[in-house]
Design a protein around this ligand. Structure first.
Ligand code: NAP
Length: 539
């Protein structure tokens, strides 16, 4: 199949209807050639945006009370619909982002796998957090009322995706999937860097809404500039939460808007991280060239445009460290820059590399070659020492692309000082063996307070989607370190607890009824009762 089989409309989809926008147009760009892609995408105005938010509000009652089976089937239908247009999606996304086909195929599989994983969570129901404390009328000195708690969806969620993951962090990516799994209608602000990809996924999602007989306001896809339409969306009183993946600048702008509303709302923003990697002496005893190649592979994959890219590398001073950096030089000399996502991102990458290279005490350790396409800067590894890192905050600024800073350290005290000075991060990686455990233990305690995920003997790129994953961390990695944007825990961001006190059984929601019609695991009187067991299914 090819994209010839799909005719793109170039319009927003508001509550199931293709809606030509009234506020101008934009186009996707092939970043390998800077050529504009067809069709032009029309942009909505604020009145059209209001149609989407009104429809989302209308959808809340029916969508939030859907039974687990129907709800899970909806998520599975989205996954199936996306898979049905997989080849067209990969072809269009590759043209719009410059990312290679195999990388995009993997990302697509991750996206549909995530939807199915979330469907299994919805079916099983633990995210509803049911707790029951039956009345104790004889309790002294005061009787206990009948108290029941469950989590309910927050309401309509505004979602913004990132350019570097056109599937997994975009239209039907992690934020959309977790909001829908929580039972929240979603309005997705289409990413202007991959508008055609957004439309194909948006149609698959819209079809799933219709095929499952849901209210059309459950999902809308709107095209418009982030700085105007995106901001207006977050200001709309109907919106009750925001999911965002992208740059620190846009994320903090949305945080400020959400906080300034008459009714402030939570913003779950994944933003910026430079993912420190700490090499202990023992890590450098093996084949320096092989180890250096692994680092360069992690650094240059997807042209370095990964939120978990290893942007800082702590290397022991001395012979072994020097030999490793020489090996990095050899490995990077063979590396060619690959097309970046947009001309703007390539320009920012070049500007960031120039700025870092001009800092006092920073030198180039290794540089690859410029790529042959329009937007393919050469990958670079810079070098410095810990005292320079400690005194110059520019060295902590994210360069989105294949750029990394190797920092030579002379003692574990220097490592601890550098880690303590670091901003919040998505990941930190330690390469070590048993003999380093005593030295690494205090570093681990510092890192726990700084990052969302700590890895041993592994590069940070590559994020598994499951129950135990944390893709989060303190600011500026995210706006809220208490949660994650990847993995099943992400669903809980869009829920809040409600307690029901002495509510008559016939008025109780199904999740809280004595008969447990949805067969949910529950905490009853302080004990976990598993559905499907005699105790769990008893009133
Ligand atoms: P971006 O430029 O911040 O764009 C993200 C979205 O925000 C777009 O829809 C954009 O719309 C919108 N936007 C931009 N400025 C806005 C504003 N002032 N108000 C409201 N919305 C606004 O990010 P990107 O270029 O797509 O992604 C690259 C960045 O994402 C990198 O910095 C990377 O590190 C980060 N990233 C982080 C993670 C993570 O998990 N932490 C994951 C992936 C990427 P317009 O395009 O219309 O402006």
């Amino acid at each position: 199949m090819s994209t010839q089989t799909i005719t793109l409309s170039g319009h927003s989809i508001i509550a199931g209807r293709e809606t030509p926008g009234n506020a101008g147009t934009t186009r996707g760009i092939d970043p390998a050639t800077n050529a504009q892609l067809e069709p032009a995408y029309t942009l909505v105005d604020e009145a059209q945006l209001a149609e989407a938010t009104a429809a989302a509000e209308d959808a809340v009652a029916s969508f939030s009370s859907l039974d687990p089976g129907s709800h899970a089937a909806f998520l599975e239908r989205i996954a199936a619909n996306i898979e049905a247009v997989g080849p067209e999606l990969v072809e269009r996304a590759s043209a719009e982002t410059g990312l290679p086909g195999p990388r995009l195929q993997g990302e697509l599989a991750r996206t549909t796998g995530q939807l199915r994983l979330f469907a299994s969570v919805v079916r099983q129901g633990d995210h509803r957090g049911v707790r029951i404390e039956p009345a104790l009328p004889e309790r002294t000195p005061l009787p206990r009322p009948d108290l029941r708690q469950r989590r309910i969806p927050l309401g309509p969620v505004a979602v913004f995706g990132a350019s570097n993951f056109p599937f997994a962090f975009s239209t039907a990516g992690g934020d959309t999937a977790s909001a829908l799994a929580a039972g929240c209608p979603v309005i997705f602000k289409a990413h202007n860097a991959h508008p055609g990809t957004g439309e194909i996924v948006g149609r698959a999602l819209t079809d799933a809404v219709a095929e499952c007989g849901l209210h059309p306001g459950v999902f809308s896809l709107v095209y418009g500039p982030g700085a105007s339409i995106g901001q207006a969306l977050v200001k709309d009183p109907v919106i009750k939460a925001v999911g965002f993946t992208g740059s620190r600048g846009a994320g903090t702008a949305l945080m400020a808007t959400a906080a300034a509303r008459p009714e402030p709302i939570p913003v779950y923003a994944e933003m910026s991280s430079i993912n420190p990697v700490f090499l202990f002496d023992s890590a450098l005893r093996g084949d320096a060239d092989e180890f250096a190649r692994a680092y360069v592979t992690s650094l240059t994959g997807s042209s370095g445009q990964l939120c978990t890219n290893p942007g800082l590398l702590f290397v022991p001073s001395g012979e072994a460290g020097d030999a490793f950096l020489a090996a990095v030089g050899r490995a990077l000399a063979d590396a060619e820059g690959a097309t970046m996502l947009t001309p703007g991102i390539a320009d920012s990458c070049r500007a960031g590399i120039d700025a870092l290279g001009s800092q006092e005490g920073v030198e180039v350790v290794a540089r690859g070659r410029e790529g042959s396409t329009a937007n393919a800067p050469a990958p670079v590894v810079f070098g410095t020492e810990v005292p320079t890192f400690l005194t110059n905050p520019v060295l902590q600024e994210e360069i989105f692309g294949a750029s990394s800073l190797a920092i030579r350290y002379g003692s574990v005290e220097e490592l601890l000082a550098a880690a303590a000075r670091m901003e919040g991060q998505l990941t930190a990686s330690l390469f070590l063996s048993e003999e380093d455990h005593a030295t690494a233990a205090p570093l681990l305690s510092v890192l726990e307070r700084k990052v969302g995920r700590i890895l041993a003997n592994g590069w940070p790129t590559g994020v598994d989607v499951g129950d135990a994953m944390v893709h989060g961390g303190p600011f500026p990695a995210t706006s809220d370190s208490r949660t994650t944007s990847v993995g099943t825990l992400a669903i809980e961001r869009f829920l809040r607890p409600v307690a029901y006190q002495n509510i008559p059984g016939s008025l109780l929601p199904a999740a809280l009824q004595d008969a447990n019609p949805w067969r949910l695991n529950r905490r009853v009187d302080g004990r976990i009762q598993l559905a499907g067991t005699a105790e769990g299914d008893r009133a």
